[in-house]
Design a protein around this ligand. Structure first.
Ligand code: DAH
Length: 341
């Protein structure tokens, strides 16, 4: 037994441990359940009772020897590894950049428009996308037989033709006027729907921003100044705007708002159809009938309103030629708007 134990002790002492693999080999050879020391414990049952005590003491000694060597080298190897890790870390290397997403170009435009108007005292208001005839048409002074009410423009609810998907955000100005007293200065961004075939220039779903200002003595000059300020902020100080006489049932007088073409700077090109001007929306003085329909005294108050297409403005600002790009979710398109306003 003694001889056996001496050999084992010598083996334990001689076993080379220089790395993790050897450490594990050492553990397997001597400490694990099938290791040499454990096997000696198994032999206990074959030992004569009077020798058991001495045998046990000897095996325990070997066990402690193996465990002590294991613990010592384990610590040495772990320290070595830590040191190696430390050396491998170059703190001057650039980090892997976080993959940041980008906001949708229409969101960027909407937020920019909101930012520009809230700076001059406009608040925000919202209304439902599923509207009734009164808020979308009647209150806005659309005559009963106005073509915009017909099926080719409007998505009516089949079961209830009094209900439709709103065709413009002007419906929100009706809701605001019904519920608030002048002075009113509000901006209503939102989604609108029209029964149009989808093409590069038209979609059945798009976005508008509606503006409304009602107070005593509001004039067309106020409207012009407000939109002048907006256009310069949105497109830059070199961009001009003009008001073209037009017609909307809910405003009188009415105008369409054009800006000088951003592509050719007003000289004439394909985008502006060689006119030098492109349209961004409509505007006008709120028709007194509309004020009265919404419970506002048209003798005391006047107001202006305007409506603009968010897709349209985004297309002009970023020279996007096809409206469908906004809804295709092609990341190659969307990635180009990282951080841009
Ligand atoms: N609602 C109009 C449209 O969808 C846009 C518009 C024109 C809104 C004139 C207005 C306005 O508030 O005064 O085409």
């Amino acid at each position: 037994m003694l001889e056996n134990s001496n050999t084992l002790a010598a083996q334990i002492a001689a076993f080379p441990i220089e790395n993790k693999v050897q450490l594990e080999e050492f553990r397997m050879a001597f400490i694990s359940k099938k290791g040499a020391v454990s096997l000696l414990f198994d032999e206990m049952k074959n030992i004569a009772p009077e020798n058991k005590k001495a045998f046990g003491a000897e095996v325990n000694l070997l066990k402690n020897l193996a465990q002590a060597k294991f613990d010592e080298f384990k610590e040495v190897i772990e320290n070595q590894e830590d040191a190696a890790d430390f050396d491998a870390t170059d703190f001057t290397l650039p980090t892997t950049p976080n993959q940041l997403g980008s906001r949708h170009p229409l969101t960027l435009t909407r937020e920019r428009i909101i930012e520009i108007f809230t700076r001059i005292g406009f608040n925000l208001s919202e209304g439902p996308e599923i509207e009734d005839d009164f808020h979308n048409f009647t209150a806005l002074n659309f005559p009963e037989n106005h073509p915009a009410r017909e099926m080719q423009d409007t998505f009516f609810l089949e079961r209830n033709p009094d209900i439709a998907l709103r065709t413009h955000t002007s419906s929100v100005q009706v809701r605001v006027m019904e519920n608030e007293k002048p002075p009113i200065r509000t901006l209503s961004p939102g989604r609108v729907y029209r029964n149009e075939a989808i093409s590069a220039r038209a979609h059945c779903m798009f976005h508008q921003v509606e503006g409304l200002y009602i107070n005593e003595n509001v004039s067309f000059a106020d409207l012009k100044q407000t939109l002048y300020y907006f256009v310069k902020e949105m497109f830059g100080k070199d961009v001009n705007l003009r008001f073209r006489p037009s017609f909307f049932p809910f405003t009188e007088p009415s105008a369409e708002i054009d800006i000088s073409c951003l592509i050719c700077g007003g000289k004439g090109c394909n985008v502006c159809k060689h006119s030098g001007w492109v349209e961004i929306g409509g505007a006008g003085m709120v028709d007194p009938n509309v004020l009265e329909n919404c419970g506002i005294d048209s003798k005391k108050y006047t107001g202006f309103a305007f409506g603009m297409g968010v897709e349209r403005i985004t297309m002009l600002k970023h020279q996007i030629k096809d409206l469908r790009l906004f809804t295709e979710n092609d990341v190659r398109f969307l990635r180009q708007f990282k951080g841009s306003l």
